[in-house]
Write a protein that binds this ligand. Sequence first.
Ligand code: SF4
Ligand code: SF4
Length: 523
Amino acid sequence: MSSPGKRIPVYVWRRFGQSLFFAFFLFLFIKTDYSGSDELTYAVNILFRIDPLLAFCAWLAGKAVIALMLPALITLGLTFVFGRFFCGWVCPMGTLIDGSRFLFPHGRQNFSPAWRRLKYYLLFFLLVASFAGLPLAGYVDPFSLLVRGLTFAVHPALDHALTSFFTFTYQQGPDWLNALTEPVYEILKKHILPFRPKVYALSIFSSLLLSAVIGLSLLERRFFCRNVCPLGGLLALVARFSPFRLQGGSTECGKCRQCRKVCRMGAIDEERNIAGADCTLCLDCLEFCPAGRIHFTWTGRRNAVQPTGITRRAFVATVATGFLAPLVLPSRTLARRADSALIRPPGALAEKEFLGRCVRCGECMKVCIGNALHAAWLEGGFEGVFTPRLAGRIGYCEYNCTLCGQVCPTGAISKLSVSEKHATIIGRAFFDKNRCLPYAKGIPCIVCEEHCPTPDKAIKFRESPVMNSRGEVVVVRQPYVIDELCIGCGICENKCPLSGESAVIVTSEGESRHAGYAGADGY
Ligand code: SF4
Ligand code: SF4
């Protein structure tokens, strides 16, 4: 081994590479937000588009190749040549798991090698179930898990904590302290914090899932990557064939097993053979081998393709489960009849195609200016969990905004121009006459009409005599909806001044789903 003073250790380069990709991921995450323009200047969804698991599942579910996801083939091609470098250098979930190792310093090594097959079975199940009509990849894909956890829980919590802190210092602190804190707060607001404070449905559930993925390292270092991650499983299957790989275990090796001890993936066996399917090219073994016997080299055909350990019986059972799951999952019956509370974003494809394409990444919910989009629970059936739906009482669809269609990596939401958006109906508003003030109590109220953004106002009034709470007959202007003008943006439901339930409710009735988009993106 060369002297440490003469060169930079390879693990420093790897950590630098991981940090760079993680910073890039965070940059794109932060940029997935409104920043004063209706056009996003960065391809913020690019990391989802290089994810081959999401690409294959979306292609199989839609029975068509989605051109937007073609960059995923580059990841597969590079893995075929260089092995599972993606997991060691690129994947932000892998980096986060590595970075949180200080929380689990005593994670056992080599928990049980049989567990490794789990990721392959999960992968086969997801692929077959997608083909059979139950697209579930977004629930366990590392990018989707991470972005959902950050979007729904971590970023809003950070925003709340920092805003509370700086509000406190502004109100209670002396002038000299404010002179220091206010510029910092301005920078944070401009570059890190969301455009406006947001809350999200399923935030606790999403953060628990993310914590569970990280917490699995308690069992074993990178337990999720070794055993569970189906994206890792797909890359491992391809990496088995890669001609470039790390080689160790020569006869001159001192057999100290130092390489085995430092390997975060448990990829090195007793004979110091390095499994290409498990090795993520972190290069720790190469750095820490005291005899310098490990090399990253072209092995070509000299290396036999390693077995995966998948048994024929388990494979057949997994494939059969994937085919049967869409038939037997009972909550799927919920999706057979549209739920009127399930209002999809403008530009959403027809429900079946939408569910097949949506990878539950949460990008549309993060970018939504009006905080209108939230993760669905069972409104769309089991396969609809984490897909976006409009929750009018929490937020509303901004009339001139088209951002969700711009960030959707799979085209589940079509990219619309502003004029197309104006012509897209996502639902229709109804008045609850038992609650609406002019109907129920004879009290004048025009809040909903004032906020209606359509040029000709979809809410109109007619004068009617009503008995008020004092028993007097008064003439009030009562609102009603012109169906042809209402687009279902939800602002009337959102702004209704009643506490609790709104007196005007938007449902998906009359929605016009997008038929598919054949524009510049070519899908
Ligand atoms: S195994 Fe999965 S989570 Fe782990 S680094 Fe690879 S892709 Fe990321
Ligand atoms: S619809 Fe939303 S959650 Fe689904 S893939 Fe598109 S951006 Fe992601």
